[in-house]
Design a protein around this ligand. Sequence first.
Ligand code: DGI
Ligand code: FE
Ligand code: FE
Length: 233
Amino acid sequence: MTMNKESINAFDHEPTSPELLCRIRSEIPSFLTEKRLSHTLFVEKEALTLAKYCFLVYNVPEEYSRDVSAAALLHDITKKLTLGEQLTLVEKYGIEAVGHQRKSVELLHSKTAAFLAKDRYGINDVVFSAVYNHTTGKENMNLIDKIIFLADYIEPSRKHENCIQTREFFYANAVPCDISAICALDKAIIKSLDGTISHLIEKGAAIDVSTVLARNYMLSASEEKEFEHGKEK
Ligand code: DGI
Ligand code: FE
Ligand code: FE
């Protein structure tokens, strides 16, 4: 398997150090409710499993699993802040947020979490990106962005029908350390985006442009991979 663009841009940096990860792990309970802490630890566990399935397909060194842990532990650290508190962080850090985004804790918490984590822990750009994009996704996500995005959706305490189906889909179709794991990861992300978009339409909520871009990008990238996978067989 050749290294593709997604994996190269994610893995030429200094991984999160064991010391920093230890510090993050010991401090995150102070940011989270008990329920959110339990979700966060499930996301970490799920994300590390996804990393085990996917890292070796691109020969990603094991030490980058510390980036996966750091991003999982930090991804929701601002989720309990009110809209007003989110907007204070938006101003403080000069975060880009316009229109409907400024009215939604859901859409702001991923961005404020990334900036707060950068300020407090000096997280690297890969951890920053995975936290920043964990709610909507974006075009051309790298492997760690994708792992955190999917783990957040399918961790075992999520009980929505589409979360359970997406989880089952991934584990039924992914073979560890095989290209099938990457194809299943991409398809599972499309399923999660479909579920989220349907849910937002039902609620009459705005669909963020990043959510739409993420889905369109994943659809064409997934088709291309299927084609290449077919050729390799
Ligand atoms: O923070 P979590 O609950 O663990 O999960 P999350 O960060 O994925 O947030 C999920 C919520 O975000 C869910 O209620 C739907 C909402 N969301 C996701 N994409 C969009 C969105 N809300 C709007 N308005 N637009 C989106 O595109
Ligand atoms: Fe979140
Ligand atoms: Fe979450």
